[in-house]
Design a protein around this ligand. Structure first.
Ligand code: SF4
Length: 361
């Protein structure tokens, strides 16, 4: 008797057996979308049985838009000396963190361009002062490539930079800058950022030291299915080493005002997003949380995503400038998040950066 592919996948995914690459390819390309969602939802409840959807009160300010890395997909950066280039002082950054804290933020995701004129002490002071002045705020600062920049500018090894950030009080890293962890894609869209290993090395070193981080994915540009599978394999393999990823966060590329804009023929809409999210939940069997991206995909899609394997709504994002530079703007309040989650049949719960529950609504 032959078993239909979907039953086979269900048996494996829900029976605790790891999905192989060919199954991942089938799920990403041919499997019926709603069935993939149904399986992903079952996998989500197998891991997190409560009908609870978490969110975090957070803000994403930036400290500089100066960058020398020229990523093809980025509308945010300006080269050094450009009339629109700006860099905040330490005090100005702390004012932004104070304003987020005053609105109840418990996470601040701080990131910026690769500005070679900023010394390591600039970053360390921001971490130290954030922890001292706003102990309720987690310093969720600096993506992998920014940490490489700190290492290059200071002459220290990546591990030494992470040690200094840890000493200053930092405990988590955002997963931005992964884009697609495939050499082919990164060479095409961000040739100065290094291959997949550049991003993976920072997260590996961070996890070894006890940092927790997220893993992100920005799809919908030049990647092919094999690149998506390379990405999922890389995240799953690294998670097997130290278990340091708290969540997986995919979102679609926003082409406005970027060098890649003219190459993007088709915007990949909600169905592509929901499939990506659901396959991630099934394939990444060792990553505890999957985040719905209401911000980049829209609130209705965010709600549907909660039935496609996501167990987290993401954050309030009081401030956001990177998508805004690509003419993409979206806002939400805590009250609205609570109502949107309830409307989908789940119980909203506010969480910390590392997914401890603070309050249930
Ligand atoms: S994505 Fe980051 S590293 Fe790339 S150009 Fe923009 S600011 Fe620079």
């Amino acid at each position: 008797m032959t078993v239909a592919p979907l039953d086979r996948v269900a048996g494996r995914a829900l029976g605790g057996e790891r999905l192989d690459r060919e199954t991942g390819r089938w799920l990403l390309t041919e499997a019926p979308l709603l069935e993939v969602g149904r399986l992903a939802s079952a996998a989500r409840f197998a891991r997190i049985p409560e009908r609870r959807v978490t969110f975090v009160v957070d803000s994403n300010p930036n400290y500089t838009n100066v960058c020398i890395t020229d990523c093809q997909f980025c509308a945010f950066y300006r080269r050094p000396g450009h009339p629109e280039a700006w860099t905040l002082s330490v005090d100005e950054v702390l004012e932004k963190i104070a304003s987020a804290a005053a609105r109840g933020a418990t996470t601040v995701l701080l990131q910026g361009g690769h500005n070679p004129s900023l010394p390591l002490d600039y970053y360390l002071t921001i971490v130290r002062e954030t922890r001292r002045r706003f102990p309720q705020v987690a310093a969720h600062f600096f993506t992998a490539s920014e940490i490489h920049t700190m290492a290059a500018v200071s002459g220290l090894a990546v591990g030494d930079v992470l040690d200094r950030l840890w000493e200053a009080g930092q405990r988590t890293l955002p997963g931005g800058g992964a884009e697609i962890l495939s050499k082919r894609v990164r060479t095409r869209i961000a040739p100065k950022k290094g291959g997949p290993e550049t991003w993976l090395q920072v997260h590996r070193e961070a996890h070894r030291r006890g940092f927790r981080s997220t893993a992100t994915m920005m799809y919908g540009h030049v990647e092919q299915v094999d690149d998506l599978l390379d990405h999922l394999d890389a995240v799953r393999d690294l998670q097997d080493e130290h278990g340091g990823f708290t969540a997986f966060v995919p979102w679609s590329f926003k082409p406005g005002n970027t060098l890649l804009e003219k190459w993007i023929k088709h915007y990949q809409g909600p169905s592509a997003y929901l499939r990506m999210l659901a396959v991630a939940r099934l394939y990444l069997d060792n990553v505890p949380h999957v985040q719905a991206s209401w911000f980049s995909e829209g609130k209705p899609t965010g709600q549907v995503a909660l039935h496609f394997g996501a167990d987290d709504w993401g954050g309030t994002l009081f401030e956001e400038n990177v998508h805004r530079a690509a003419d993409y703007v979206n806002t939400v309040t805590v009250e609205e998040i609570v109502a949107l989650i309830r409307e989908t049949g789940f119980t909203p719960a506010r969480r910390t950066t590392t997914y401890e529950i603070l309050e249930t609504y």
